[in-house]
Design a protein around this ligand. Structure first.
Ligand SMILES: Cc1cc2nc3c(=O)[nH]c(=O)nc-3n(C[C@H](O)[C@H](O)[C@H](O)COP(=O)(O)OP(=O)(O)OC[C@H]3O[C@@H](n4cnc5c(N)ncnc54)[C@H](O)[C@@H]3O)c2cc1C
Ligand code: SF4
Length: 535
């Protein structure tokens, strides 16, 4: 390996942002990745109805051979599944064993990681939310802007700008569907009351979706195929960023490799990585100078715990995730109106209750119903599924879903550990909800329902669905930044103490988790770590 090369583990949103930042500064990068390839969607000019007609077997492509992507709602279920083309993103890895309690983990060993399936919500942390980070909020401000200009974030200068200061000049928002437009108009009428009575602000979603062409990636033309993979690259996924890395000098990508563990001297000098080819073959040892772990919070914990098993470290405390509750709603004013299959499918509005932050803050994403989703109202109609589905077609344009996110904090009781189960080193993911959980969820949901009423919508209480912990896939906190030092914490540069040349640049680094999507912050932090390493 060339002298001065930085080894990055993982090609997800974090790893790719880090690599681009290092390459921009002329550093050499070797990226090691399990990296299963996700097939990119084709026919970039066909909107959903025409694309569906073009498919040889639409049922199988859209829903899977046995309809597994069609998730009919029940009280415990989710409201949409993953289509067959995305299954590979979540496929497990032989030899990577895990058990979980109180948590439903989702890991990815795909090229691009979990964000190959994300919904693009990109919300910067405020300076207050960055207070626990051991560096000035301005450093993140610069990194947020750099990431935004790399991936493209659309939105609007509106009431949300005070809560999401970055990017300072977003791309124009995706064109709103009629239901979203109606909710926004109702918000305009109720704005002052909502601010005063509910401490609520609402605006256009901040999305990693291009509304102007940018090189290979083309602007969103409302094809309505987001769930099956955007064929235009309008919706950013890390595989697009990886392709940009591959155009640069000094970048080498090695997929098909699992990093098992790190080998360091007693003085904390990381000298070697132990690697395993995922398709068979002998294990390898790689001599290294500088290593950055960006394998996603859980897989990074696995590597660190395997590396430290000999010195008595078997647990990383502080695992966090956002509790999410799905709140289906109906806008009676839109009953009988059609829905638009040709429209951006995921959330187009976002709202924040208690923008000042803290445990009571709520960050909620509002999605009006499109092609692929089905609403729990179907199952509550007393007319049988067939009749309900027929009626559902008439209701479709009036239905929506709020995805409500709650904040989390590091607690010792929630952890990731490595245990010997039946002779196999197995990752245990254990989560204990915060003591406030029983009171804050109902109180928060009451406020969300009150806001919806002011927006002319009605959310039946019985339909709210508390998702299991882990479902938000906002994992964080196990190797946190700390200004106070301490082994297995990060210094301001992202260096893992007590090592000299081992860095961490994914969700593991976050010392706290506000009630909002974290990936834009993961990318900005990785970018910042890359800048410090590269300069
Ligand atoms: C359906 C869905 C919707 C989402 N929507 C949003 C959203 O709207 N907004 C938002 O902010 N977030 C969202 N998220 C979360 C977001 O996807 C993650 O926060 C983000 O992808 C994390 O990126 P990462 O690079 O840190 O890790 P990962 O995406 O987990 O990437 C890990 C990478 O490491 C590699 N790897 C793992 N272990 C090893 C190993 N031992 N050796 C070598 N390589 C390894 C994998 O191949 C992969 O490339 C969503 C997630 C899902 C699943
Ligand atoms: S609507 Fe979705 S699939 Fe279509 S161009 Fe926009 S982001 Fe891509």
């Amino acid at each position: 390996m060339t002298v001065g090369t930085v080894v990055i583990v993982g090609s997800g949103a974090s790893g790719v942002a880090l690599a681009l930042s290092l390459l921009e500064r002329g550093r050499k990068v070797l990226m090691l990745d399990v990296g299963r390839e996700v097939v990119r969607a084709d026919h970039p000019d066909l909107a959903f109805p025409a694309w569906r007609r073009s498919l040889a077997d639409p049922a199988e492509t859209l829903l899977g051979r046995s309809g597994e992507a069609l998730v009919l709602p029940d009280h415990d279920g989710e409201y949409y599944g993953f289509p067959p083309a995305k299954k590979i993103i979540f496929e497990g890895l032989e030899g990577f064993d895990w058990v979980a309690d109180g948590f439903a983990p989702l890991l990815s060993f795909a090229r691009g990681g979990l964000a190959e399936a994300w919904t693009g919500g990109s919300y910067a942390f405020t300076p207050e939310e960055l207070e626990g980070f051991p560096f000035p909020a301005d450093e993140m401000g610069e990194a947020y802007e750099a990431v935004a200009s790399e991936i493209g974030i659309s939105g609007a200068e509106d009431d949300l700008s005070e809560v999401f200061p970055h990017p300072a000049h977003p791309l124009p928002p995706v064109e709103a569907d009629a239901h979203t437009t109606r909710l926004l108009a109702r918000y305009d009428l109720a704005r002052e009351t909502l601010r005063r009575k509910e401490s609520c602000v609402l605006g256009r979603a901040r999305l990693a979706v291009l509304t102007r062409d940018r090189g290979e990636r083309k602007a969103c033309t409302r094809l309505g195929r987001c769930l099956w993979g955007c064929p235009r690259g309008a919706l950013y996924t890390p595989s697009w960023g990886l392709a940009r890395c591959q155009e640069r000098d000094g970048f080498t990508y090695r997929p098909g490799i699992r990093v098992l563990r790190i080998e360091a001297t007693d003085g904390g000098d990381v000298r070697r990585l132990h690697l395993r080819p995922v398709d068979g073959g002998a294990d390898e040892v790689l001599e290294v100078e500088t290593v950055v772990l960006a394998a996603g919070t859980l897989a990074t914990a696995d590597i660190v715990l395997r590396s430290l098993a000999g010195v008595g470290v078997d647990r990383l405390p502080g695992l966090m995730d956002n509790r999410q509750v799905l709140v289906p709603f109906v806008s009676p004013g839109r009953l009988g109106k059609g829905f638009e299959p040709e429209s951006y499918q995921y959330h187009q509005l976002a709202m924040v209750i208690e923008p000042g932050g803290g445990a009571r803050q709520i960050h909620a994403l509002i999605t009006t119903l499109k092609t692929a989703m089905i609403h729990p109202v179907v199952q509550s109609l007393p007319i049988g599924l067939k009749g309900a589905l027929r009626l559902f077609r008439d209701l479709h344009g009036a239905l929506g879903l709020v995805n409500v996110n709650f904040a989390d904090e590091r607690r010792d009781e929630s952890f990731v550990a490595l245990e010997d189960l039946g002779g196999t080193a197995t990752l245990r993911v254990h989560y204990e909800p915060p003591p406030l959980e029983r009171t804050r969820l109902p109180a928060g949901l009451r406020r969300v329902r009150r806001v919806l009423r002011r927006l002319g919508a009605f959310a039946p209480r019985s339909m709210a669905h508390v998702r299991p912990m882990g479902a938000s896939v906002h994992y964080a906190g196990t190797l946190p930044y700390s200004a106070n030092g301490g082994d297995l914490t990060l210094d301001a540069a992202g260096r893992l103490r007590p090592f000299r040349n081992l860095y961490v640049a994914d969700g593991s680094a976050l010392p706290s988790l506000p009630s909002k999507n974290l990936t834009y912050t993961l990318m900005a932090n990785a970018w910042r770590v890359g800048r410090l390493l590269g300069d």
